[in-house]
Ligand binder design. Structure first.
Ligand SMILES: Nc1ncnc2c1ncn2[C@@H]1O[C@H](COP(=O)(O)OP(=O)(O)OP(=O)(O)O)[C@@H](O)[C@H]1O
Ligand SMILES: [Mg+2]
Length: 298
């Protein structure tokens, strides 16, 4: 400790932002100081989870060397509002947002075309991580990145101590993830960072009702069909996971966690922090377990 953790993936929509935000909130609830940064500079989305639009963005720090105090927004009050036990000492949760305006995104893309600008931006980025750890006493710096091999994702992976490569079950995702792991992750781990696979949106938790009715039960009542279905759901989930040493073997990365797909999270209209709003939700329990993984070091 302190640790810088980056969430990355081959394809989009694997749950990087969801897990990064919820993990940040969970660690703060446990008393750690956390800085969460939106490094998905091409399609920022942290503001949706925190329902907040700041005056200054990470972009202002990278381009204008703005004061870090103006960039990092103290979101600890969001935790306090939802915390079950308000007497418990919480850590500080600071969030740095990335500007979603298209001109700002073009500016970041444009600036990477000249080597000098590149080096200057990268220096400021490395300094940002250092300042968050030393001046802001962050126990954890969590980076949410863009999928694929993009300039700011690679920079994020380069400054992180722990890399979480998130993926969903599915051929397209798995093939690309294996290739990307072999092409680029090896070079980061050579310099001492540790990388892990994080499976998300694993099927088997939500089984279509028709499947349960058709194959498992003759009972006509929906509620009892679903009640009877519960053990089947768990079995399916475990069966899917059982076959996945293949992934670890192919990527040479340990599987750190496998999080099921929860329909109530997947189909919500508005993003929210499950660990705060529904601390008893199985997703929150999964995140709690993730914080306890030795690689996170809580
Ligand atoms: N375990 C889960 N169960 C159900 N829904 C989930 C789960 N994890 C994430 N989701 C949902 O999946 C969608 C995609 O998640 P998210 O935006 O976090 O992915 P991402 O990897 O950050 O995507 P992008 O690459 O586009 O930034 C969101 O609607 C989110 O609420
Ligand atoms: Mg995202």
């Amino acid at each position: 400790m302190p640790r810088c953790i980056a969430f990355h993936s081959y394809k989009g929509g694997t749950g990087k932002t969801t897990i990064a935000c919820n993990l940040a909130a969970m660690l703060s609830l446990k008393g750690y100081n956390v800085s969460l940064l939106d490094l998905d500079v091409y399609a920022p989305s942290l503001h949706a989870y925190f329902d907040y639009s700041p005056n200054k963005w990470i972009n202002d720090l990278l381009f204008e060397n703005s004061d870090l105090n103006e960039i990092m927004v103290d979101m600890t009050s969001t935790l306090t509002k939802h915390a079950a036990d308000r007497t418990k000492k919480m850590g500080k949760l600071l969030v740095g947002f990335s500007n979603p305006q298209k001109d700002e995104i073009y500016r970041l893309e444009g600036s990477i075309k000249t080597a000098n600008a590149n080096i200057q931006l990268l220096r400021r980025f490395v300094q940002l991580r250092e300042d968050l750890i030393s001046d802001y006493e962050s126990d954890y710096v969590i980076l949410d990145t863009s999928p694929g091999i993009r300039y700011w994702s690679i920079n994020s992976l380069a400054v992180a101590d722990v890399l979480f490569l998130t993926l969903k079950f599915g051929d397209l995702d798995i093939e690309g993830t294996i290739k990307m792991a072999n092409d680029i992750y090896g070079s980061f781990t050579k310099f001492g960072s540790k990388s892990f696979l994080l499976l998300n949106l694993v099927s088997g938790y939500c089984i279509p009702r028709t499947y349960l009715q058709g194959s498992q039960s003759t009972n006509k009542s929906n509620s009892s069909v679903l009640a009877e279905g519960t053990p089947i759901q768990i079995q399916t989930f475990e069966k899917e996971l059982g076959s996945d040493t293949f992934l670890s073997d192919q990527t040479k990365m340990e599987l750190i966690s496998a999080i099921p797909c929860y329909c109530d999270i997947q189909f919500q209209k508005k993003e929210f922090l499950t660990v705060l709003q529904h601390p008893d939700h199985p997703f929150a329990k999964q995140l709690e377990q993730l914080t306890m993984a030795r690689q996170i070091g809580v």
